[in-house]
Write a protein that binds this ligand. Structure first.
Ligand code: PLP
Length: 401
């Protein structure tokens, strides 16, 4: 089918939830993808921080092929082996004692909110139901996750949302202290706000939040859907801040491209859920768990990828800062941790993203569109960064001329 015909059919057949760029992607390998016309793109968005090992990584392809021939799906009414392998490795390498598998980031956050509520209500009584979340956060599109997402543009038209949610500015301890009451159940935060603009908190912010939670007997939920799985140069972003959450959610990179999400928590909190309080038909699907295990093992293998992520982070931020020096009228700030990188512009970034796309580079935006979001796979090398920055340079040059 011709590209144009495909675009027309998409326009007609799909519920119109997406603004898509006009390319039809057919094949991917490593850091590259190709469209139906054979045009090559360097992928510095990686499925918005999903393809941590790049496209079609050998380890994930092999694990999926093996599993798909053996057992594709069984209900959680039964035990299956791939869940166990992934659970053991996640627990061994995190703060957690127990895990629950689901299918996406929003589903993980829904479950985390439910778990926090039931635990706190059982421990302290019915009144402990309020959540505190941050402005500019993003936790997903289903009602619970949407209700703790601090961006009105995503709420509009869907009210009334979940009651019992207060918002405070990210990185503002005074506001957080003021928002806490005898009703507070949990604080939910992304360690770094990704979709909200790649906002990195002050060095001690999360440590102080942890202390506040401990002092007040409040749970800390960290949404590591985007920051987890090596994205920031550590397996989980909380490791940078010298703290541990009570509950953590994962998705995106967890399956190396195959859909899977997870809730991780400590023993005592986990015990608040009992059979029939929470479930997911596809959660812990054997193929998804085999993909997750292969992804996790590859990230952890001899530490190379996490080290490389940190080295490539320094390199890309240095190169982007030289673009900032070259285009001070366009670039306000370059910021990031690991390979979660934002370039804040003085203009809306949509036009720059389109120019890059035409030149064979995939990047995205964050915030209200004024931040370019770069989330390349952890496998990138200096050559890829040189190429991407060269394309971005050309796009910025066109924008100023
Ligand atoms: C931090 C964070 N939480 C939750 C989500 C929602 O994940 P999903 O789209 O898999 O539901 C996202 C997606 O961008 C995210 O970045």
């Amino acid at each position: 089918m011709e590209e144009k015909e495909i675009l027309n059919l998409f326009d007609k057949l799909f519920i119109p939830t997406y603004t898509r760029y006009p390319i039809v992607l057919r094949k991917g390998r490593g850091v590259k993808v190709w469209d139906v016309n054979g045009k090559e793109y360097l992928d510095f968005l990686a499925g918005i921080a999903v393809n941590v090992l790049g496209h079609c990584p050998r380890q994930v392809v092999m694990a999926v092929q093996k599993q798909v021939q053996r057992l594709i799906h069984v209900s959680n009414l039964y035990y299956s082996e791939p869940q166990l392998e992934l659970a053991k490795t996640l627990i061994k390498n995190s703060f957690a004692d127990r895990v629950f598998f689901c299918n996406s980031g929003t589903e993980a956050n829904e479950g985390a909110l439910k778990l926090a509520r039931i635990y706190m209500k059982k421990k302290y009584g019915e009144e402990r139901f309020e959540f505190i979340a941050a402005f500019n956060s993003f936790h997903g599109r289903s009602f619970g996750s949407l209700s703790v997402t601090g961006q009105e543009k995503y709420h509009h038209g869907f009210e009334p949302l979940l009651p019992g949610v207060k918002f405070v500015p990210f990185n503002d301890l005074e506001a957080l202290n003021e928002a806490i009451s005898e009703k507070t159940c949990a604080i939910i935060l992304e360690p770094i706000q990704a979709e909200g603009g790649i906002n990195i908190p002050d060095k001690n912010y999360l440590k102080r939040v942890r202390q506040i939670c401990d002092n007040e007997g409040i749970l800390l939920i960290l949404d590591e859907v985007q920051t987890g799985m090596g994205r920031t140069g550590k397996l989980f972003a909380y490791e940078h801040f010298g703290i541990e959450p009570d509950i953590m959610t994962l998705a995106k990179g967890l399956g190396g491209g195959i859909p899977i999400g997870a809730i991780l928590t400590k023993e005592e909190i986990a015990q608040a859920f009992a059979p029939k309080t929470h479930a997911s038909t596809f959660g812990g699907n054997p193929v998804a768990c085999a993909a997750g295990f292969a992804t996790l093992e590859t990230i952890l293998e001899d530490g190379y990828l996490l080290d490389s992520c940190q080295r490539m982070s320094k390199y890309i931020i240095k190169k982007l800062n030289s673009l900032k020096d070259k285009y001070p009228q366009l670039i306000k700030e370059v910021r990031g941790l690991g390979l979660l990188v934002g370039v804040e512009l003085t203009i809306n970034g949509a036009d720059i993203v389109k120019k890059c796309l035409k030149k064979g580079l995939l990047i995205g935006t964050a915030g209200d569109g004024e931040v370019l979001r770069l989330t390349p796979p952890l496998i990138i090398e200096k050559d890829h960064i040189d190429e991407a920055v060269m394309v971005l340079d050309k796009a910025l040059k066109e924008a100023v001329s």
